[in-house]
Every structure is written in structure tokens, then in C-alpha cells.
Design a protein around this ligand. Structure first.
Ligand code: 13P
Length: 328
């Protein structure tokens, strides 16, 4: 999963969130359009050069191409590991205004066994951490970390690599210093909990947000600031034996996500392998080129390949932002 120069595509939007992606190009959210969207992503020639894994949602795991090949088999044939999002979304955390807890532990072992048979070799569980005046509370971070630890234990028992994702949300007017404090606290509580519950850290991937000022903050962070704050955070909180770290794009533009990853890689080798696991930053340029029109398919798949290639270069600190005419 952490092969140099490769990353992971997060194509694991729930059916309703996939609708938001399709809406960008005015396509109705129906099973046919979701199938077309994912089929074009997964069958694009050459993506295997840049992608080691693709995360899917339950319905995509059960979908096949027009010619009848199940999506997980399409990926496996290309040497790309199929992954599965297994959490069932968030619910309000009682007594804690503005905070949520992720659902989905019931029946998880049986679901893992079925997904394994379908080809899944890694999984994702996402917790949501929102920065506001009074949040996050330690109580919310603790309960979400326990859920992540239990999920990771069950995944490892079933032979599936857990990706643990505490997403610190980018939306907000907080500055980068506050983002750094919150992300450090979040990851410290997470790893204390994972160790307490004896999760094998070497067989686990952390999916993290980059550390940066909120999208409404007047002072936006430069790539160098993001790189320094993000790595400082990891060194304060992530044990060195963790199997790898991947980033979500979190609503940053595709160009900015790539530029920030590049700045992180430029700071040199770290104790962990680090790469990207983007959804929006890779899918949006593709969708805008595609527009749901068959005549745009080839161009859109080339744009997809370009986005993957630029992120793979960024993973190695070799992205040339000035030369990139495509990512916006
Ligand atoms: P974004 O890259 O769009 O943030 O999505 C990644 C992801 O998997 C969030 O859970």
C-alpha cells in the first residue's frame, strides 16, 4: 500500500455523497451514473502506475463493469488493492453539542469476512473532529478513538489492514496554530488508545488531515507552513512503527493538495512512509473534464491520470507547480 511513488484513491463516497459529486456536472444521482463514474475511474489505462489502492463503498464492491467484471476484480487484475469503507457514518454524541461519534461496529466481523471474499484487503473507518470554540472535547476524541481501536482489532483479526481516519475538518475560521494543537491532541489520544487495546501499529495505516488554517481564516497557510506544522504534529503524536500515513484532501483545491504534499515530501525522509489518499482532489478534475458525456471519456481519463501522476510526483517532492497547466 505504501509503495514509493504511489497513492490511494478514495472513491468510497456513500451513494448520497456520490450524488454531490455527480451534481457538480449536473448528472442525476442514480445507480447507472454512479456505475459509469466509478467504471471510468477504475478502468482508466495506466492508473496502476500511480495507485496502490482504491477505497470503495459497499455498493461499488457489489457493482460490475458493463462487460460484467466486478469492480474489485478490475482493480485486483491491475495490481491495485481493493479497500472498503466500513463505518456507517456519524451520529450526534449525546450531551456534546456539535460533536459526533462514528457508527458501524455491529456485525463488523461478518461484513469483513464477506468483503475479504470479494477481494478487499484493507478498510477505512472515519471519525470526524470539528474545530470550534469549545470543540473537540477530550470525551469525544476518546469515544471515537475507542471505536477506531475496536474496528482496527477486528480488521486485523480478519486479515484486513485497517486505515484509521480521524478527520480534523478544514472548514472553519481557526488559524494554523489551533489546527496544530487540535490535530496533535487528536492523534495523541488515538495512538494511546490503539496501544492500550493492543492494535498492531505496524499493520495499520493512519489517514490524517494536513495541518492548516481553516478555509475561513483570514491568514491562509503556505505550503511550507503546512509541511512544517504537519510533520511537527506527527512527530509529537505518531509512533514510528506505524505502517504508513496517508493524507485526505479535505476540501482543499486539487492544486493546493498536491502542492502541500510536495512541500511535505521536500522536508526529506521521515520515520513513516507518507503518501496521498485523496477523493475530491483527484475526482473533481476528472468529473469536470467528463461532464457525463461519452465523447469526453478519453480526455477525462487522461485528466485523471494526470492528477494521479502529479500527486505521485508530489509524494517524492518532484511536483513542479509552475509547469502544471491542468490542476486548478
Ligand atoms: P477527500 O480527499 O475529499 O477529503 O476525501 C478523502 C476521504 O477519504 C475522506 O474520508
Amino acid at each position: 500500500m505504501m509503495a514509493p511513488g504511489k497513492g490511494i484513491l478514495a472513491a468510497d463516497e456513500s451513494d448520497s455523497t456520490a450524488g454531490k459529486r455527480l451534481e457538480m456536472v449536473h448528472l442525476p444521482n442514480n445507480p447507472e451514473n454512479r456505475q459509469d463514474f466509478r467504471e471510468l475511474l477504475f478502468t482508466a489505462a495506466g492508473i496502476e502506475e500511480y495507485l496502490s489502492g482504491v477505497i470503495m463503498y459497499d455498493s461499488s464492491m457489489r457493482t460490475a463493469t458493463d462487460s460484467g467484471v466486478p469492480f474489485p476484480d478490475v482493480l485486483t487484475a491491475k495490481g491495485i488493492l481493493p479497500g472498503i469503507k466500513v463505518d456507517l457514518g456519524t451520529k450526534d454524541l449525546d450531551g456534546f453539542t456539535g460533536e459526533v461519534v462514528t457508527q458501524g461496529l455491529d456485525g463488523l466481523e461478518e461484513r469483513f469476512m464477506e468483503y475479504y471474499d470479494m477481494g478487499a484487503r484493507f478498510a477505512k473507518w472515519r471519525a470526524v473532529v470539528t474545530i470550534d470554540t469549545n470543540t473537540p472535547t477530550d470525551a469525544a476524541l476518546e469515544i471515537n478513538s475507542i471505536m477506531l481501536a475496536r474496528y482496527a482489532q477486528i480488521a486485523q483479526r480478519c486479515g484486513i489492514v485497517p486505515m484509521v481516519e480521524p478527520e480534523v475538518i478544514f472548514a472553519g475560521d481557526h488559524n494554523i496554530e489551533r489546527a496544530e494543537m487540535v490535530t496533535t491532541r487528536t492523534l495523541q489520544i488515538l495512538f494511546q488508545t490503539l496501544m492500550k487495546y493492543k492494535v498492531d501499529l505496524g499493520g495499520l495505516i493512519l489517514k490524517s488531515s494536513m495541518v492548516l488554517a481553516g478555509d475561513m481564516c483570514r491568514e491562509q497557510s503556505t505550503p511550507e507552513e503546512v509541511a512544517n506544522a504537519t510533520l511537527r504534529t506527527f512527530h509529537m503524536s505518531v509512533p514510528y512503527d506505524v505502517g504508513g500515513i496517508v493524507f485526505l484532501s479535505g476540501g482543499q483545491s486539487p492544486r493546493r493538495s498536491t502542492e502541500n504534499l510536495n512541500a511535505i515530501a521536500k522536508l526529506g525522509p521521515q520515520p513513516w512512509d507518507i503518501t496521498y489518499s485523496y477523493s475530491r482532489a483527484i475526482e473533481e478534475p476528472f468529473l469536470l473534464a467528463w461532464q457525463g458525456k461519452p465523447e469526453n471519456t478519453e480526455k477525462a481519463q487522461q485528466v485523471l491520470l494526470h492528477a494521479c501522476k502529479m500527486n505521485s510526483l508530489a509524494q517524492q517532492g518532484k511536483y513542479d507547480v509552475a509547469a502544471d497547466q491542468i490542476l486548478k
